[in-house]
Design a protein around this ligand. Structure first.
Ligand code: NDP
Length: 442
């Protein structure tokens, strides 16, 4: 397809480098699709899919513990509803701006499509930084944020969830405010508490799902996670439960990080200690050394990719693994890379892995487990039912297997068999494209 069309999209969305990166990657993968489907080109499907259906941006005023007024900016990007209600997380982080949420919302469209569930794509959040805030400050912020957001969401319209900086505590505060404002108890958010509509397995879903996908990738080489040495960046929701599943599958995770630095514990990370530090105390990863003085701590998070491993799991944030880091991993003989975070590998990093013959699981496929179980939470809420952990986990395993199969199949049909970057982009796009064609010019 004509590259000038991509140039026009990039020009129109100036100053949004992460969105440019996400759109350019999908555009490149879709070239063979557009060659075979001129009707998609005539219908301007790519131009339409790259334009959010709606963007909401709003003021979030709140009072801090000193009684001072604080003002943040809130967003919701309702990107595409061809397959179902908008669905995607809320991110609270100081780096949040419209372009970042557009990248995340755009990726979410194809990821949600890959799960096979009825979910459109969206994303939202705020430049609010939860670090160092008291519970009461977080509550006042969440209530103010939801006071505006509540006008735009609903169980059949838009169903937000958590992401960086938004966990069980924040979802609870936002749900409480939504319920109060609307006088309704509905499944308007996912990631809820277990005794008020949450799904068993949602907390673990992204990390576990990542390993289910990596397991499928390794199977294509008659290999498994058993005895593999793993590096998992980050120490938040995704990294913690990816590490837990690695251990269950017989692998050893030896390094984790936070935004300040990384720890290496050659004997295997003590996960319950990491959970205590990050989930309970909301502390820093370097505190790990207090109980494990023989482990190493290094300032700065990028050096983690120099730690020798068989499987690398970038589970922290976007663009955390660049070309240089990919070369270091390749030099150390990495076999597989699974992206738990969204767009954690830069384009030159991805190229290096694909050319180096490494099994590479791109985020849209690899971290779809979280939203998949959010979809299952919506299904349970709709029926006022609660499934067992095993039932949810069995469905999650099935969904991740299907994602791997459909991405691999699409890669064989349109690109190079096993190139899951192209495969996931194409398989995710095809379903959205067909639905958009059938729903007319909307
Ligand atoms: P959390 O907020 O629970 O954890 C994020 C972790 O990453 C924290 O340990 C944080 O450290 C660390 N981190 C943030 N920035 C950096 C950085 N520049 N370098 C190193 N570490 C960093 O978020 P999640 O685990 O939920 O999300 C992680 C990634 O996974 C994101 O890309 C998110 O979009 C993606 N994702 C999450 C899903 C979910 O279900 N939660 C679903 C699908 C994707 P610190 O403590 O210092 O802030």
């Amino acid at each position: 397809m004509d590259k000038s069309m991509l140039d026009d999209i990039l020009k129109k969305n100036a100053g949004e480098p992460e969105f440019h990166q996400a759109v350019s990657e999908v555009f490149e993968s879709l070239q063979p699709v557009f060659d075979r489907h001129p009707e998609f080109v005539d219908a301007k499907l790519f131009e339409r899919v790259a334009e959010p259906e709606r963007v909401i941006m709003f003021r979030v005023p709140w009072l801090d513990d000193q009684g001072q007024v604080q003002v943040n900016r809130g967003f919701r990007v309702e990107f595409n509803s061809a397959l179902g209600p908008y669905k995607g997380g809320l991110r609270f982080h100081k780096t949040v701006y419209l372009g970042l949420l557009k990248f995340l919302g755009f990726e979410q469209i194809f990821k949600n499509s890959l799960t096979g569930l009825q979910m459109g794509g969206g994303k939202g959040g705020s430049d609010f930084d939860p670090h160092g805030k008291s519970d009461m400050e977080v509550m006042r912020f969440c209530q103010s944020f939801m006071s505006e957001l509540s006008r735009h969401i609903g169980p059949d319209t838009d169903v937000p969830a958590g992401d960086i900086g938004v966990g069980a505590r924040e979802i609870g505060f936002m749900f409480g405010q939504y319920k109060r404002l609307t006088n309704s108890f509905t499944g308007v958010l996912t990631g809820k508490g277990l005794n008020w509509g949450g799904s068993l397995g949602r907390t673990e879903a992204t990390g576990y799902g990542l390993l289910y996908l990596v397991r499928e990738m390794l199977k294509t080489k008659n290999d498994s996670m058993k005895d593999k040495i793993v590096v998992s960046s980050g120490s938040g929701n995704v990294s913690i439960y990816a590490t837990q599943k690695c251990m269950q599958l017989g692998a050893k995770v030896i390094a984790m990080s936070d935004s300040n630095g990384y720890i290496v514990d050659k004997g295997g990370i003590d996960l319950s200690l990491v959970q205590q530090i990050k989930e309970v105390q909301r502390g820093r990863i370097k505190e790990y050394l207090v109980k494990h003085p023989n482990a190493e701590y290094h300032e700065g998070s990028t050096g983690i990719w120099e730690v020798k491993c068989d499987v690398a799991l970038p589970n922290a944030t976007q663009n955390e693994l660049n070309g240089k880091a990919a070369d270091a991993l390749l030099g150390n003989g990495v076999l597989a890379v699974g992206e738990g975070a969204n767009m954690p590998t830069t384009p030159d990093g991805i190229r290096a892995f694909l050319e180096g013959g490494v099994l590479f699981g791109p985020a849209k496929a690899a971290n779809a487990g979280g939203v998949a179980v959010s979809g299952l939470e919506m299904a349970q809420n709709g029926q006022r039912l609660a499934w067992s952990f095993d039932e949810v986990d069995t469905r999650l395993q099935g969904i991740m297997r299907n994602i791997h199969t459909s991405a691999r199949k699409a890669s064989a049909e349109y690109s190079t068999e096993g190139n899951l970057v192209d495969g996931a982009n194409i398989a995710g796009f095809m379903k959205v494209a067909e639905a958009m064609m059938q729903q007319g010019l909307v």
